[in-house]
Ligand binder design. Sequence first.
Ligand code: ADP
Ligand code: MG
Length: 310
Amino acid sequence: MTEFGFIDRIKQLCQSLPTNSFEGIGDDCAVFPINSSESLLFTSDMLIERIHFLREAISPYDLGRKSLTVNLSDIAAMGGQPTATLLSLSIPKELANSWVDDFMRGYRDLSEECGVALIGGDTTASKGDLAINVTAIGRVVTSNIKRRSAAKVGDTIFVTSPLGGSGSGLDDILRGEYTSPLARLHNSPTARIKEGVWLGGRDDVHAMMDISDGIASDLRHILKASSVGAEIELTAIPCHLGAELRHALSSGEDYELLFTAHHSEQFVNDYLTQFGVTPIPVGKIVASEDITWLSNGTVQNDDFRGFTHY
Ligand code: ADP
Ligand code: MG
């Protein structure tokens, strides 16, 4: 079964459970309204040694920051401001105290930079690999929440920055090049929190998510949730300097935002004024199902898929 097969199965097996006013499984975060205008957002992500990272290829400081970043990215992807986290660690017995101190310095520094509290967690020993689980909580004006299900036919599909740098950096790491510029990018991604909150406040932005498994995979989540399709112009896909198209389409961990919006000069200019760069259009939402890949407007027979764990 694929990762998403497992999630569908879990969802199906547990659909008889009460929702208790939570909007649950399926988006980047779960949503819980707290008053007439605001909601809390909840999300959880694990980083497992030898699946998500090699201990020798990333500094404990960077791993501390990255463990938080991947969670903050999901809060940003719903238009929210992160407020607190819970951190659970399964620590191999041989790991030095100084390693844990450096990990926590990274986690603390990014928490401080983003104004996020650490409110709890759990700590256990591990007989094998290191495991890190973070649960992040965010706050959002309920009407600003951007769901995967809100894409509209005619929307332009945008990404916040060039893609594939992280995937190309992973190739470097797997070749033993741990300190190349792209390996460093892979080890220290940025969550687009300011962009997510700003995009959340825009009525012309409809669907949004973060890119953790490659646009070829993640866009399909928006399409499925919104019951629409997409045309993607391959020549418009922005590749990070040093990355190839296959990285930009199919590699994970860029943590850029993927969103659909009513495309106007005003929207692009407002974004430019706010962030000093323009959002990058890569295609449009159409009524027909799935993704049609185009190259200079001509339909391509290739299909592209994103990263999957299974
Ligand atoms: P993301 O990449 O944004 O973190 P995922 O693809 O990991 O999202 O998960 C998709 C959805 O499935 C999310 O709503 C997530 O909370 C939910 N999910 C994933 N794994 C589980 C699980 N084991 N039990 C319940 N919900 C899960
Ligand atoms: Mg996500």
